[in-house]
Design a protein around this ligand. Structure first.
Ligand SMILES: NC(=O)c1ccc[n+]([C@@H]2O[C@H](COP(=O)([O-])OP(=O)(O)OC[C@H]3O[C@@H](n4cnc5c(N)ncnc54)[C@H](OP(=O)(O)O)[C@@H]3O)[C@@H](O)[C@H]2O)c1
Length: 98
């Protein structure tokens, strides 16, 4: 299987990439920085397009939309959740996945 995993440079994404690779699958992992993985910030439409074009001749059997943020951890409803934080969260966790 060819498996695409976003946010594969650390955490759960990295662990999944290692396990699938060890199982013999072809893994395309992405990261926001560095040269080891395919470059993709999921909030950047131009990077999404460039990444998709790069995969054009390689069908994807499984897409794991792992990249995400939890910026509002610990926020209080009365005092927290600033608008820019909400916007960044949706850009990564909702629009970025779509
Ligand atoms: N761990 C949990 O208990 C838990 C529970 C529920 C849901 N989740 C979700 O499961 C996923 C993985 O969790 P985790 O604990 O492994 O998280 P993590 O250690 O914080 O790793 C998040 C990954 O997402 C990447 N990322 C964040 N914003 C991105 C963006 N705009 N474009 C591309 N990549 C981006 C990060 O890249 P950088 O290194 O560049 O920041 C990193 O590779 C996340 O979506 C998280 O919200 C986790």
């Amino acid at each position: 299987m060819h498996i695409v995993i976003t946010g594969a440079n650390r955490g759960i994404g990295q662990a999944l990439a290692a396990r699938y690779t060890a199982r013999g699958d072809q893994v395309t992992g992405t990261a926001r920085s560095g040269d080891a993985l395919a470059r993709l910030d999921v909030t950047d439409p131009e990077q999404q397009t460039a990444f998709a074009n790069g995969l054009a001749d390689r069908p994807v059997d499984l897409l794991i939309c792992n990249a995400g943020v939890y910026l509002d951890k610990g926020q209080e409803l009365e005092t927290g959740f600033p608008a820019d934080m909400w916007q960044q969260s949706f850009a990564a966790n909702v629009t970025g996945v779509f």
